[in-house]
Design a protein around this ligand. Structure first.
Ligand SMILES: [Mn+2]
Length: 315
């Protein structure tokens, strides 16, 4: 059932024990929105904790309280008055949703592809980030931002907007970010932390870019990483930002080997609806940034994704 932000605030107000979670392959917005709201709720005297069913990339060490995020233990049942699923629909939280017995479940998201299965859903794709929703949610609860809350929320807003450069950046996004900077967030510290790479990661990116191929008359730039190449391309972090700048491209993406006949695809576009392409393979995301997993042998997976993109370009 879709609800308003005020109704979401009321549901949270009624709960005392609260578990927050988000998607696997965590990013700045998923970690920032859960951890930021956790800090706020704890300051209100609530018993709040964050469960995320994945490893946390080390760049997020800049976020206060990162070490408090727990990975659900196998076979353990967690109970709470309320489970809040942030920045994703319920089914993409790994084992969290199935491990938690909660009286109520609230889903807060900004992804247009949300499956709307949640008992209570606040969904608004006009927001650039779930952290931007959290900014307004805390406002709706009559709260203010501690530096810990502000640091977490700012980080998610910054990463989901490419540091306020992507088309999802609105006047509201900038005003919300300004509120957080006023509390004391230092944008340079967050951006330096988010962009930090080891020497090995930089070299992995160089090796990835060596596999660059162009398709559809230069409108598509892609990097395909098969099982063999995956051994030396250990990270794809930031790779699409390097491809996006190529003149004439409409869609850029990479397809990377995960396991036998399983490939992860991550896409960015300058307007082409890549979320529709991702949905065709059971994935999701936003119009200009989306991802999916393709289950097929390498050559077939490559052919399928290129055909789907070609079709969308010709719509
Ligand atoms: Mn997000």
């Amino acid at each position: 059932m879709k609800i308003t932000l005020d109704e979401a605030a009321k549901i949270i107000g009624d709960a005392q024990t609260i578990i927050l979670t988000s998607h696997i392959r965590p990013d700045g917005d998923s970690i920032g929105s859960t951890l930021g709201l956790m800090h706020y709720l704890r300051a209100q005297g609530k018993d709040a904790r964050v469960l995320i069913d994945d490893d946390l990339p080390r760049i997020f060490k800049v976020l206060p309280g990162l070490e408090m995020i727990e990975r659900p233990a196998e076979g353990v049942r967690y109970t709470a008055d309320l489970l809040i699923v942030c920045d994703v629909e319920l089914k993409r939280t790994g084992n969290v949703v199935s491990s938690v017995d909660a009286v109520r479940v609230l889903n807060i998201d900004h992804h247009v592809t949300n499956d709307e299965e949640a008992e209570y859903l606040y969904l608004n794709p006009d927001y650039a980030a779930t952290c931007e929703i959290m900014h307004d949610l805390i406002g709706a609860m009559g709260g203010t931002f501690s530096l810990d809350v502000a640091t977490c929320l700012y980080t998610g807003m910054a990463t989901d907007t490419g540091f306020f450069r992507f088309s999802n950046t609105t006047p509201h996004t900038m005003r919300a970010a300004a509120d957080l900077i006023e509390v004391g967030v230092k944008p340079n510290i967050i951006s330096v932390a988010m962009e930090l790479k080891s020497y090995d990661e930089v070299m992995a990116q160089v090796r990835a870019i060596r596999n660059l191929e162009m398709f559809h008359d230069g409108m598509v730039a892609a990097v395909f990483i098969d099982e063999e190449k995956a051994k030396e391309v250990t990270t794809t972090e930031g790779l699409l930002d390097k491809l996006r700048v190529i003149e004439g491209t409409q869609v850029v993406f990479f397809m990377k080997w995960l396991e036998k006949d399983t490939y992860r695809v991550s896409m960015r576009s300058k307007g082409t609806n890549v979320s529709r392409i991702a949905q065709g393979f059971g994935g999701g995301g936003h119009v200009r940034a989306a991802g999916c997993t393709i289950y097929a042998p390498f050559d077939e997976a490559k052919k399928k994704i290129l055909a789907a993109i070609g079709e969308e370009l010709n719509r």
